[in-house]
Each structure stands twice: as C-alpha cells, then as structure tokens.
Design a protein around this ligand. Structure first.
Ligand code: GRF
Length: 243
C-alpha cells in the first residue's frame, strides 16, 4: 500500500492532487463494486481481490480494465495463511484505501490491526444494531421501524469499528428479508460511493480510534439522506443547549 501524500503526481508539471487508489475486496455479485466503478471521481479502483474465483464482481472489474486477483481461502490450510497471502497482495499494491464491499470472510485481529485506519466495510444494518449475518431477517424479527446500512472503519472487533456514515430506510408492514435487501441495495451503493468520495476529497480520516470529518471528530455517524445530502450531527455543545 502506498501513502497518498507520497504518491507520484501525473505528467510533468501536473500539480493536481493524485486520485485516491482503492483495493476493493469482494466475494460475489459485486454490485457495490460496480457502483464505485461507475462513479469514478476523486478515487480510482486499481485492484479487485476476491476470495471466490466464481465471483461475478470479478467480471465487472475485468470489463472496466481493473486488475483482479483471486485468493481462494479454500486453498489454504489455515486462515492465517490466507490472510498472509491477502496482506502480501495488498501491500504490493498501490492501494491507499481498502474497501470491503460484500467480502464474506471474517478477518483476524493480526490482519486487521495491520490496516486499521486504511480499511472500511459496508454493513447492511444501522450499527451497532445487528452485527454479523442475516441482518434483514433479524431487523424484522426485532420489529424495528428503521433499518439501513453503515460504512465503518474495520477494527479487530467484528462490525464494531467506528461508524463513518449511515443511510436509512423505513421498514414497511409488508417487508420480507428479501424486499428489505432489495430496497436497501441502491441505498448501500449511494452510501458507499459518498463515503469513498469523502476519502478522495480528504474529508474523512481515522485518528485515535475516532472518525474525523472535515477536521473534527464525529460525535455520531453522519446520516446520508436519499439523494445524497448529508445530515451533520450537531456539535456536542449545541446538542445540550435548550431550545
Ligand atoms: C451487500 O448487501 C452488502 O451490504 C453485504 O453483502 C452484499 C453485497 O452485495 N455485506 P454486492 O456483492 O456488492 O452486490
């Protein structure tokens, strides 16, 4: 991985900031990867890695001319061997940010610790609610009125790292796990593209276990409204003031 500040600029005399380079890790369909590929802005996907050789998302990457790698976890005797291979491949890349987008392997603490602050995950729930799997089913079982997706920094605690931003949708009476998943998917795309865009603009970073946005630590995750507007959390001092 390379440090963005040390990355070379383009043509001689080109002083524009280099675009953020991304490694995207996937396991299947890759629709979130596709959303990132469609919205290239201040960032560029330079590497796609899948643990699953059959992942449909690999074809999206190839069609977009992006380098791909398959590191099939089933070919390694131990999880740590798989993670060493993954870490090696990432370290040899020029990626400045690792994006887990539908990557369905749990990563161990040694691996994660190596990349803390430089790795984000998209999770289909409003964290801290419903960490782990079957989030739509569990949201319906719990009878929540609001569901959604989160993008968070990856730390050794599963789905427990600081949340950068969330997008919500109202749960309807007739919803099923499938309908929730399909209604949420386009919102996930919107959320992931927005958050990665903020990294590209250097608006978001990780410091001392917290998310910093526009130079300030966030007191709570940003909320992205449908259509892309950001609801900023009130500064702590304001939120305690009476009306
Ligand atoms: C998304 O719903 C994501 O939240 C979950 O897995 C799904 C991946 O979809 N973790 P895709 O592969 O990006 O289409």
């Amino acid at each position: 991985m390379t440090d963005r500040r040390a990355a070379p600029t383009g043509a001689a005399g080109d002083t524009a900031a280099p675009r953020l380079t991304l490694a995207v890790l996937i396991s299947g369909r890759g629709s979130n990867l596709q959303a990132l590929l469609r919205h290239r802005g201040d960032y560029e996907v330079t590497l796609v890695i899948s643990n699953n050789p059959e992942a449909e998302g690999l074809d999206h990457a190839r069609r977009a001319g992006v380098e791909t790698a398959v590191i099939d976890h089933r070919t390694f005797a131990e999880r740590t061997d798989f993670e060493h291979a993954l870490a090696d491949r990432l370290s040899r890349s020029n990626a400045q940010l690792i994006v887990l987008a539908g990557f369905m392997r749990i990563l161990g603490a040694d691996f994660v610790t190596r990349f803390v602050g430089g790795m984000i995950n998209l999770h289909p729930s409003l964290l801290p609610a419903f960490r782990g799997l079957r989030t739509h089913e569990r949201a319906l079982e719990a009878g929540v009125k609001e569901h959604g997706a989160s993008v968070h920094f990856v730390t050794p605690e599963l789905d427990g790292g600081p949340v950068i931003a969330q997008i919500t949708l109202s749960v309807e009476h007739k919803d099923t796990p499938q309908s929730l998943a399909s209604r949420l998917l386009p919102l996930e795309h919107q959320l992931l593209v927005a958050v990665v865009g903020w990294f590209g603009e250097e608006r978001v970073f990780y410091a001392n276990g917290q998310v910093c946005f526009d130079g300030e630590p966030l007191s709570q995750p940003l909320r992205l409204a449908e259509g892309g507007a950001v609801d900023r959390p009130l500064p702590r001092a304001d939120s305690s003031r009476g009306s």
